[in-house]
Design a protein around this ligand. Structure first.
Ligand code: 7TS
Length: 406
């Protein structure tokens, strides 16, 4: 059994200088195995997949569809046809809103989301409700970001057609009770879309166990390349949905006035697909499975506990979310009295420490917690205790650098 620290050697960028990378909730880093898999695709099987009748195109198609099978197995889909490759979580969520929401939400219906959602899981539903004259209802968490049973049972009603909920908040780090929310939503006749962007990199996902009707995530947050995302959808729903984007690959037959569409999953994959991205994502999945989510979770929880314990010694720092490091998924959002989050990030960057600062594409949540912006450190399994110590040392200097007393 490899030690969790043995994997860091696979990430050249993390070993090429003195940078401390604590912005993994924005995007992760990539191991050499993923970079080599993408390079190998272009060096040995690069051709436009799915339509060509020659060896390279057939090889590219095989690699692309093998990757789809890897993704389906990874998240417990019933069949690979339930896996749609997109560019990212944002596109996946838009696909559901446009192709399912506009056809199934009617005037007077309600769509339930939470105030903690990323804009990618707010704006598509604002669009649906505006176009269909439906009502957008917000679930509100407690101070630690927990959505209570009373809260979701009071707001998910017989008028609810869609519940769209983040699995893990990119700000609070809290894991929502998705399985319970799904069960209750289904008892009210609603379908559930789960935004898995911040959960899929950190924990074992089984979409059938969750009961999700749709589940979205991005490759770049889980060691994969940018530009490849996934939408899982229950086959019976996908089969009855209109295409989202139209064009090449996704048709059976086109006349001057009409067209018939390809079978799943190709109906939802217009144009030349991101075959190399899918191959890279499949390799990222194999890499994560080799590390193991138990080891990943243990390392993240150990580092988050060290981080939060060190930050708690600085009285001018406020941490958002749970006081329990085990309930942060590696995400620690904070403010420093008197210092703008952008300045926190800039001062830390002077010491080669990389964190995120701003509204994190979660402005309704910022309004809910009464902040314009916050700073956020987000860890992954390849970060180290030494990096946490460096972060805490540099963080303790920020106020001084900004002209405050220590
Ligand atoms: C919960 C959540 N949903 C959806 C998205 C959109 O993912 P994308 O389509 O791959 O961009 C993000 C990205 N979150 C962040 C991107 O940069 N910093 C973040 O916190 C997210 O955290």
């Amino acid at each position: 059994m490899a030690n969790i620290g043995d994997y860091r050697k696979d990430f050249d960028i993390l070993n090429s200088g003195d940078y401390v990378y604590f912005d993994n909730a924005a995007t992760s880093q990539r191991p050499n195995q993923v970079l080599d898999a993408i390079s190998n695709f272009y060096r040995t099987a690069n051709a436009n997949p799915l339509r060509g009748l020659y060896d390279w195109s057939i090889a590219a198609t095989d690699m692309y569809e093998d990757s789809r099978r890897v993704v389906a197995d990874f998240i417990g889909a019933a069949t690979p046809e339930e896996i749609i490759f997109t560019r990212n979580t944002s596109e996946s969520l838009n696909l559901v809103a446009y192709s399912y929401g506009l056809d199934n939400v009617s005037e007077g219906d309600e769509v339930v989301i939470s105030v903690m959602e990323h804009h990618s899981n707010i704006l598509p539903w604002q669009m649906v409700c505006r176009k269909k004259n439906a009502k957008l209802v917000y679930l509100e968490p407690d101070e630690e970001g927990v959505i209570s049973k009373e809260e979701y049972e009071s707001k998910i009603t017989d008028r609810t057609k869609v519940v769209a909920i983040g699995h893990v908040s990119n700000v609070m780090g809290v894991t929502n009770p998705v399985k319970e929310i799904v069960a209750y939503a289904k008892s009210k006749g609603a379908i559930v879309v789960v935004d898995g962007a911040q959960s899929t990199p950190h924990m074992k996902i089984n979409v059938q166990d969750l009961g999700a009707d749709f589940f979205a995530f991005s490759g770049h947050k889980m060691l994969g390349p940018m530009g490849i995302g996934v939408l899982y959808g229950r086959k019976e729903l996908l089969e009855n949905m209109s295409p989202f984007l139209t064009g090449g690959e996704m048709i059976e037959y086109v006349t001057r006035t009409d067209a018939t569409y390809a079978e799943l999953p190709h109906k939802f994959e217009a144009g030349t697909v991101n075959a190399s991205g899918a191959v890279g994502l499949a390799e990222a999945i194999r890499y994560l499975q080799n590390v193991g989510f138990e080891a990943i979770e243990a390392q993240e929880q150990k580092l988050t506990a060290l981080l939060m314990e060190g930050m708690s010694k600085l009285p001018y720092i406020k941490i958002y979310g749970s006081k329990d490091p085990k309930k942060h998924c590696g995400i620690v959002t904070f403010t420093i009295d008197g210092v703008h989050p952008h300045d926190i990030s800039s001062v830390l960057n002077d010491d080669h420490v990389c964190i995120r600062a701003g509204h994190h594409c979660a402005q309704p949540l910022m309004q809910f917690i009464g902040e314009g912006s916050t700073a956020r450190a987000s860890l992954y399994f390849y970060n180290t205790e030494e990096e946490v110590k460096i972060f805490l040392e540099k963080l303790a200097k920020v106020r001084e650098v900004m002209g405050y007393g220590a």
